[in-house]
Each structure stands twice: as structure tokens, then as C-alpha cells.
Design a protein around this ligand. Structure first.
Ligand SMILES: [Zn+2]
Length: 576
């Protein structure tokens, strides 16, 4: 039945592992030293995926890069941690499922990455001043900053409900204007690639950028604008711009606006795109001794104009007339696909969105193991296609995910029950009165062929899961790039977890309690819990059936008994 889960177009993410999932591999030491000498920003940084040394034995994960259109090794410094920057939300409205898919998918990538990059630095910005936010505050007659803080708090709460881990570093626009964004704009002006318009707006000068950087780079290399209407981000901008492609870096304060800062160009506030370029620069400096920001992520709708303009700004900021090479800013760009509902993109502006709260509130709470958040995560991972492609949300899709998750949970409940009973069960004929009554001793059971076969099947599925998210880069060459092949393969991951649960359920049903060795079943439970945990399922799923997870704090014996009772109750609920 779960055959239908397989999405043939889903890419697979196969990073390099010479020694397996949690193994340790080494890189060429001379390569590491050379890298260590470079600053985080360096014109000599190469596309590390192209180095044959790295192909041979590198410890690098491969991930699709939207900028080059290729699967590339992320290639962090051996001595430095990997820095990853994600564009966060504009906090003026409730979080909807479009955001949820983006952040859940990125959370899965983060958790898998962390098994390789122990020192992963996860950075996110919050856009807490913006036209939409100011307009919303005006409508509500409230303070824009208070509104932004309110929705930021809601956002973190929603992320927590979805089991999305918090970033390591959060940067906010309102905290970065004076010391970070204004000096950044000044430098672009000094480099001759921005201008102050008559109304005291500051614009990025695309023509000057092209002239000055000449053949070294080009505007729109991430995503070229499709038509002229792409250029105007707000009414009135076109009247003071020199070129239709120019975009605003600084907006002068308008009559009645309560949020503004001093600048050399008068009172105002930053444009949207400049925020991220400037804040990344500032964070990169703070962490330059320990981390290198090599990945920039966000939803696919940010490719143009937001990320395209971020790149141009950063290249203008770092421009040097003495350097002849093309300066590469952040080398790796990750974009998550749209969430569609009834054939259209789910968005605030189309008014067809479902909020995270609405989805979570619809949860069936008849069982303590119900979890809409985990069902949604399973859908994102295994049923919605590649995280890079569009996905169509529907209640039926989530129900399908729920059925699969319950299959996993049911095995965890039954498996624990079977082990507990097997450990205690003795046949009445064995129950002789001795100094050590048999029912109080361990009853060993020798492994037979059936146990070995079962054990191997579980191992095989577990290995396939690891291959689906990690793989071995050394097996692949340039050819694979053409075939378009290796990203996170979530559908295989989910299929193999289901395989483990089905195989294990069949195994225990064919072995009456007390008749077979417990270790293979316990092994299957441990494997399944680890696999669920790796991709971020909550304790409701990963700890299902675990006696010690019971919330009561009675003494050990009654604690276990309490656990058994709960197990039976849950099994009854699941079967009904
Ligand atoms: Zn951004």
C-alpha cells in the first residue's frame, strides 16, 4: 500500500561518508590548512566540490545548490563549523502551512547535517520592520514594534509545536539598523554602486554595478527578472529610480510613520533586501574564527528579487578595484518549494492559507499518541515530494501520513508489550518452587534462524534509510550531477521505516510471547526510534510505548506496571 509513497522525481541527498552514518573520516590536512588561512570571505574560495582530493576521501555532504544548479559538496572547514543562514519570517501575521513546510523541511536537513557537522551554526533573521507590518499596525491602531514582537512570539511557539528547533542565533532588523545596516549602505555608496535620490531614498545602482564589476559577475545570476513588472516593489519607487532594475536600500520616513532611524540621508528605515546582506556580514565577522557561513536558505519565492539582490549588494560591498577575480559570496543556496492548496500557492496575499494553529487545533485528542505536528512532518518528509519542489496540501494527504505514522507507533507499542511479557512469561510447568523461583529469573532464549533473518532485514532497511539521507560521495562522479540525483530522499526513508515496522509486527505475531529471543525485537525498536529521532519526530512518536516515558513518578515496579496499562489502553485505541 505504501508503494504509492515513492516519488520517482525525488532527489537523493548523498553526502560523503567513508565510515557510515556516525563515523569519523579525515580530510587532506594540507587542504585544511590552506582553507584555514583564508577569511570567511575570500576571492580564492573555490567550488570545493570540484576538487579531486575532496572527491577521493572528503567528509562532505552533497546538497543541491540553486545558484550553480548542481549538486555540490557543502565542504566546510575542518577547523571551522558550518554556518547556515535562513531568511526568517516578516512577523505581522500568523504562521501558515506554507511557512511550516519550509521550516520543517529545513529542520530535517539541519538535524541530518548535524550528524556530520558537529558545530553547525544555524542563523535566522526576523524582519520586524516592513511595509506590510507598518500597514497592518496602522489598520489595528497599534504600535508596529509591539505587533512584530507579538507575532514573533507566536512564530516561535508555532515552530516549537512543529518540533522545529530554534536557531542558534537570531538577528532582527530593528536591532541592526544603526550599527550594521547604515554603515553597509554607506560602503556600497562609497564603492559607487548606489545613489541618493531626490526624495532621500538610497537605491542600488544596477547599471553602475554592471559597469564596475564588468565581466566578473552579473546582476541576476541566481534568478534573472522575468519581466519589467518584477522591478517595482512598491508604489512610487519608479519615479525616483535611474534604472527600472534599481532597488531601494533606504526608505525615507513617510508622514505618520512611527518607526524610523537617523542616517546620513535623513530619518528612514532600511529596504528589505539590504537587511539580510548586512546582518550576514555582521554575524560572519562575529564568528569568523569559528564558523564559515557557506549556506543561505529560504523559500523559492525569495530567489527573486530578495536573494538576487542580496547577492548583488554583497558583491558591491566587497568590491575591490585591485582584485581581478570574481568574488564569490555565499557559495551554496538552498530553496524550498511552494506549498499549494487546491491548485494555488498558499499565501497570505491570496487569502487561501491555513494557519499552523488551525492545523494543530484540529488534532484528534482521543489518544495521547495523536500528533498532527508529527503527521505533518511525516508528510513533509515522505509524501510531499522533494523539499525543493512544490507540494500540494490536503486533509487527505495528512490523513495518509497519519495512517503511516500510526503503523510505526503501533509496532513500538506492540513490540514493547511483547518484550515485557516475554521477559516475565514462564510456562506453568517451569514454575517450580526453588530458592530462585523461575518467574523471578531471566529466561534465556537462543536465537534461531528466524531471528537472524529478521535481524538482517531490519539492518538492511536501516542502512537504506541512512543511504537515503547520507550516502557516499565517493561513489559518484560528475556524471551524477547531470542525472540530477542526490538530495534528501525522504520517501525512501519513510518507506524503509514502514518496512521495519511491518516486518517486526509480522515477526512478533508469528512468535507467541515467551517463545522467541527478545533481542532482535528490541533491536528493531531501537533502530526505529533512532531513525524517527534523526529526522525530528517528537517524543509522542519516538518514545511511544517506552515504559520510562510514562509521566508518573511512582516507584520503579508500579512505574513499569503503569506503563503497561497505558500501553494496553493505547493499543486498544489504535486498533479501534
Ligand atoms: Zn532574507
Amino acid at each position: 500500500m505504501h508503494r504509492s509513497l515513492v516519488h520517482p522525481h525525488v532527489g537523493q541527498w548523498r553526502p560523503s561518508y567513508a565510515t557510515g552514518l556516525f563515523g569519523v573520516t579525515t580530510r587532506s590536512s594540507s587542504d585544511s590548512i590552506a582553507r584555514r588561512r583564508r577569511a570567511w570571505w575570500s576571492s580564492t574560495t573555490k567550488n570545493c566540490g570540484s576538487s579531486s582530493a575532496e572527491k577521493a576521501g572528503a567528509n562532505n555532504m552533497v546538497l543541491y545548490d540553486s545558484l550553480s544548479g548542481q549538486y555540490k559538496s557543502i565542504c566546510p572547514e575542518k577547523e571551522k563549523g558550518l554556518g547556515w543562514y535562513t531568511c526568517g519570517p516578516t512577523t505581522y501575521a500568523p504562521t501558515h502551512l506554507g511557512h511550516a513546510r519550509t521550516y520543517v523541511c529545513l529542520d530535517i536537513l539541519r538535524r541530518v547535517l548535524r550528524t556530520n557537522h558537529k558545530s553547525l551554526l544555524w542563523i535566522m533573521n526576523i524582519t520586524d520592520v516592513d511595509d506590510k507590518l507598518l500597514n497592518r499596525a496602522k489598520e489595528l491602531g497599534t504600535d508596529p514594534v509591539a505587533l512584530a514582537r507579538h507575532y514573533e512570539r507566536e512564530f516561535w511557539h508555532d515552530m516549537e509545536s512543529l518540533h522545529v528547533q530554534r536557531p542558534d542565533v537570531v538577528v532582527r532588523v530593528t536591532e541592526s539598523v544603526t550599527d550594521t545596516i547604515v554603515p553597509y549602505i554607506e560602503k556600497i555608496l562609497n564603492n559607487g554602486m548606489a545613489y541618493v535620490a531626490q526624495d532621500q531614498s538610497v537605491y542600488f545602482d544596477v547599471r553602475a554595478f554592471e559597469d564596475r564589476t564588468q565581466a566578473r559577475t552579473r546582476y541576476g545570476k541566481l534568478a534573472p527578472p522575468q519581466n519589467s513588472s518584477d522591478f517595482f516593489s512598491s508604489v512610487g519607487e519608479e519615479t525616483t529610480k535611474r534604472d527600472a532594475r534599481d532597488f531601494v536600500l533606504w526608505k525615507p520616513r513617510k508622514e505618520g510613520e512611527s518607526v524610523s532611524w537617523d542616517s546620513p540621508w535623513g530619518q528612514g528605515r532600511p529596504g528589505w533586501h539590504i537587511e539580510c546582506s548586512a546582518m550576514i556580514e555582521s554575524i560572519a565577522k562575529q564568528f569568523q574564527d569559528t564558523h564559515e557561513i557557506r549556506v543561505h536558505a529560504g523559500g523559492v519565492d525569495l530567489k527573486f528579487p530578495h536573494h538576487t539582490n542580496e547577492i548583488a549588494q554583497a558583491e558591491a560591498f566587497h568590491f575591490s578595484t585591485t582584485s581581478e577575480t570574481t568574488k564569490e559570496w555565499i557559495p551554496h543556496w538552498v530553496h524550498t518549494g511552494h506549498l499549494n492548496i487546491q491548485g494555488r500557492k498558499m499565501s497570505k496575499s491570496l487569502k487561501n492559507f491555513i494557519t499552523v494553529r488551525e492545523m494543530l487545533e484540529s488534532e484528534d485528542d482521543s489518544s495521547s499518541l495523536s500528533s498532527s505536528a508529527d503527521d505533518f512532518r511525516l508528510w513533509c518528509l515522505g509524501l510531499s515530494g522533494s523539499y525543493r519542489g512544490p507540494a500540494t496540501y490536503s486533509k487527505e494527504q495528512i490523513n495518509q501520513a497519519q495512517v503511516l505514522r500510526e503503523k510505526l507507533v503501533q509496532f513500538l507499542l506492540e513490540g514493547e508489550q511483547w518484550i515485557t511479557e516475554s521477559d516475565e512469561r514462564v510456562s506453568s510447568s517451569d514454575n517450580k518452587e526453588t530458592q530462585f523461583p523461575l518467574h523471578e529469573t531471566l529466561v534465556p532464549r537462543k536465537w534461531v534462524e528466524k531471528d537472524y533473518t529478521f535481524y538482517r532485514k531490519v539492518q538492511d532497511s536501516s542502512e537504506k534509510c541512512h543511504q537515503a539521507v547520507m550516502g557516499f560521495i565517493s561513489k559518484h562522479d560528475g556524471e551524477d550531477n547531470q542525472r540530477g540525483g542526490f538530495d534528501l530522499d525522504g520517501s525512501t526513508y519513510v518507506n524503509e521505516m514502514i518496512q521495519i515496522a511491518e516486518t517486526a509486527s509480522a515477526h512478533i505475531r508469528s512468535c507467541p510471547v515467551g517463545s522467541a529471543a527478545v533481542e532482535p525485537v528490541r533491536g528493531a525498536i531501537v533502530q526505529l526510534r533512532q531513525l524517527l529521532s534523526l529526522v525530528g519526530f517528537s517524543e509522542k512518536t519516538t518514545h511511544a510505548g517506552e515504559p520510562s516515558f510514562e509521566r508518573n513518578s511512582m516507584n520503579h515496579e508500579s512505574h513499569i506496571k503503569g506503563g503497561e496499562r497505558a500501553l494496553v489502553e493505547e493499543l486498544v485505541k489504535f486498533r479501534s
